[in-house]
Design a binder for this molecule. Structure first.
Ligand SMILES: Nc1ncnc2c1ncn2[C@@H]1O[C@H](COP(=O)(O)OP(=O)(O)OP(=O)(O)O)[C@@H](O)[C@H]1O
Length: 679
């Protein structure tokens, strides 16, 4: 039997070769259409089948070996004692299967002798039974000890690699973090999964070799029987159609399927119960729609109808997972051959019974059957475990490679933050952008988000960036700070205190900052005051709770699920307070804020800007805003953006006199006030 054909089931698939010019040869691939899926397979994999895939896998395993060795050393060092105990316990799991084969075989033989002679050897039978009992007891204790120790080591390993990944990801700049091609796929839980997977594979190999040696040495087994018994599992492996071993890209562009997916995604079960109302839409028993409280029944019905329409449009096209669709054999031939191979052990003992009836007995047949099913199971498990080895190696490699991801924004050669003496010399930061263009990684727009931006901001200026939606204001701020936004489940006090991390426990300073940022009243509003947890991580969940029988438990769960909600304006007050906390570090040279007051009431906004102007006097401050007024009038520089370019630059007076983009945006807002005053 050769390598499996790459042709897919006719009903499900068609294919076309996408290879083109010689220079693209390296990237040439074949597209398979499987139900709603398109699968792109590199041509060399298609040509080489499972052998090529195995060779590639082997090469990547060899390349990753040093990293995996480092990984095992690191895990060992976390707790050498637990590591060794776990290793020995896992090893016993494999040795045990050989011991059990020996003990059961012995018991069968003793019974056979007793039956033949008509006088069972009670003592020998009791001895064999006790040996078996001791063996299974030891196995049970070993399993218990393994289950007890594993989570302890698992925790240590996950925490260790969570720390690795946190450090590695914190140093990424904004475009790198946003770029899906360089985004790390490493997760701390992969560390334990890979450790376990590799241990299992190693143990299985050890177990299988022990079994092969044992069976091939037995009188009832022997080398020939051992070979006959392993033909079937090996054929199954070679004939298996699996996508897991092959490099591939899979996607679906079936409009009906995508529509169904997006409608289903609205049923995400992790929405918070407090904000969302759950309604059973009657589409099918798995489908629920969660809607913000207050949305109408007609919306639910509309979604329901959309769902039915999409299902009809999908018709009978298969939409199972791409892996299971790929696994369907084009013909039953492989299956038939594997089943025939599975009958070889039976053929072996049937022939033996015919050719050497004196040397053969029913006990021998029972023992041989035990051997063959044990080998069959062990080999299948070994193949499964080994099919995961490549993934384990890749996952481990990624855990370490996250630290090597190159930032897309190349660091300059000027040290930052500046040495203390230089820092004291000027309070604000001077900024100059020269011919900066920027496109978000993977962005499908025709134009880049920023195009050829140049401007200079003198130290200590108050700068306001204005412009229409999507003109690039926020992108400028993100590039300057190299940051993306993040949210943390912290107390209100910590949210403010983190502005000055060294003083995060200084409640007095935090309260002063809260007063400056306009959040003092907010802190007062909650029962736990400044210690109120904002958006805590929810770990609570209920399972199979009955509405009637478990009312109390349901009540407890509801309380546990409750989070503290603050309004958009209140959030901005907290952020502003954190900024004032940061000012207290006396190490601010640049403050850049994206729409600091969009959700504030007019008084809140006025007070915030007044305090910012006073406190931030002499520092460079950049604000992005849609609100013209307090800020723009006082700004030293207004940068007016249009379609990714700087369209105007100057003070409010300059730009009004120019009567261009800025003046037109300003007049739209001013007009609204004038009109309402007149009316
Ligand atoms: N993460 C992103 N990925 C891809 N494109 C983005 C991303 N963020 C913004 N863009 C695009 O970049 C352009 C500039 O966006 P930016 O957020 O800077 O505009 P803005 O002027 O701040 O808009 P607004 O006034 O609506 O806040 C827009 O076309 C936007 O669609």
């Amino acid at each position: 039997m050769g390598a499996p054909s790459e042709k897919s089931p006719k009903l499900l698939a068609s294919e076309k070769d996408a290879s083109s010019s010689p220079e693209e040869e390296a990237d040439a691939y074949t597209t398979l259409h499987l139900g709603v899926w398109s699968v792109l397979l590199p041509n060399e994999v298609v040509a080489g089948g499972v052998f090529s895939a195995t060779k590639q896998k082997w090469n990547s395993i060899v390349l990753a070996s040093p990293v995996v060795w480092r990984f095992f050393q690191e895990v060992y060092q976390l707790n050498p004692y637990l590591f060794m105990v776990l290793f020995v316990l896992k090893l016993w799991g494999e040795v045990e299967s050989v011991v059990m084969l020996y003990v059961s075989g012995r018991l069968l033989r003793i019974i056979e002798v007793g039956l033949t002679e008509g006088r069972p050897d009670v003592y020998a039978i009791a001895q064999a039974l006790v040996a078996r009992l001791i063996c299974v007891t030891f196995t049970a204790v070993a399993k218990w000890a393994r289950d007890y120790i594993s989570p302890i080591l698992e925790d240590r390993v996950e925490l260790q690699f969570e720390d690795h990944l946190l450090q590695a990801k914190l140093r990424l700049d904004m475009p790198t973090a946003a770029d899906s091609s360089s985004r790390s796929q490493a997760y701390a839980h992969h560390a334990w999964g890979s450790f376990n997977g590799l241990c299992e594979a190693f143990m299985r190999l050890f177990g299988l070799i022990s079994q092969l040696l044992f069976i091939s040495q037995q009188k009832s087994g022997g080398v020939l029987f051992t070979l006959v018994a392993i033909v079937r599992p090996i054929m199954t492996l070679v004939g298996e159609r699996t996508l897991w071993l092959k490099p591939h890209v899979a996607y679906s562009d079936n409009a009906a399927y995508l529509r169904l997916q997006s409608l289903q995604s609205m049923s995400a079960t992790r929405f918070r119960g407090r904000r969302y109302r759950r309604g059973h839409c009657g589409v099918d028993h798995r489908w629920y729609v969660f809607l913000r409280v207050g949305r109408s029944r007609s919306l639910i019905n509309g979604l329901n109808a959309e769902y039915h329409r999409a299902r009809e449009a999908l018709g009978s096209v298969a939409s199972q997972s791409v892996w299971s669709l790929y696994g369907i054999e084009p013909t039953p031939m492989n299956q038939i051959l594997a089943e025939w191979a599975g009958a070889l052990p039976t053929l072996y003992w049937a022939l033996n019974a015919m050719l050497a009836p004196a040397k053969f007995s029913m006990t021998s047949i029972a023992i041989l059957q035990q051997y063959s099913s044990s080998l069959n199971y062990s080999l299948q498990m070994l193949f499964w475990d080994f099919s995961q080895v490549g993934k384990c190696f890749t996952d481990i490699k990624m855990l370490y490679e996250t630290a090597n991801i190159k930032n897309q924004i190349v660091d300059g050669d000027v040290e930052y933050p500046r040495p203390e003496a230089e820092f004291e010399a000027s309070k604000g930061m001077e900024i100059e952008l020269r011919n900066v263009s920027f496109a978000y990684p993977g962005d499908k727009s025709k134009e880049a988000a920023l195009r050829d931006i140049s401007f200079r901001i003198p130290a200590g200026s108050l700068v306001v960036i204005v412009g229409a939606n999507g003109s690039g204001k926020s992108t400028i701020i993100k590039l300057l700070t190299r940051m993306t936004t993040s949210s943390t489940p912290l107390t209100l006090a910590e949210n403010i205190g983190l502005g000055y991390a060294d003083r995060v426990g200084d409640l007095e300073m935090i309260m002063e900052a809260a007063r400056d940022g306009g959040a003092a009243e907010l802190l007062d509003k909650f029962k736990d005051g400044a210690q109120t947890m904002l958006d805590p991580v929810t770990t609570a969940f209920g399972y199979q709770l009955d509405d009637e029988k478990h009312k109390t438990l349901k009540g407890v769960l509801t309380k546990l699920e409750k989070t503290t909600e603050v309004s958009g304006g209140e959030k901005q007050r907290l952020v502003a307070s954190r900024t004032f906390m940061r000012f207290r570090t006396k190490r601010i040279k640049l403050l850049s804020v994206d729409e600091p007051s969009s959700a504030l009431d007019p008084r809140g906004e006025f007070e915030l800007f007044e305090r910012l102007r006073q406190t931030g006097e002499g520092k460079t401050m950049i604000f992005v805003t849609h609100r013209f007024g307090h800020l723009t009038k006082y700004a030293d520089v207004i940068i007016c953006m249009k379609e990714g370019k700087v369209s105007e630059l100057g003070t409010h007076k300059d730009l009004m006199a120019r009567d261009g983009e800025y003046a037109s945006l300003y007049n739209v807002q001013a007009q609204a006030f004038t009109e309402s005053e007149v009316s």
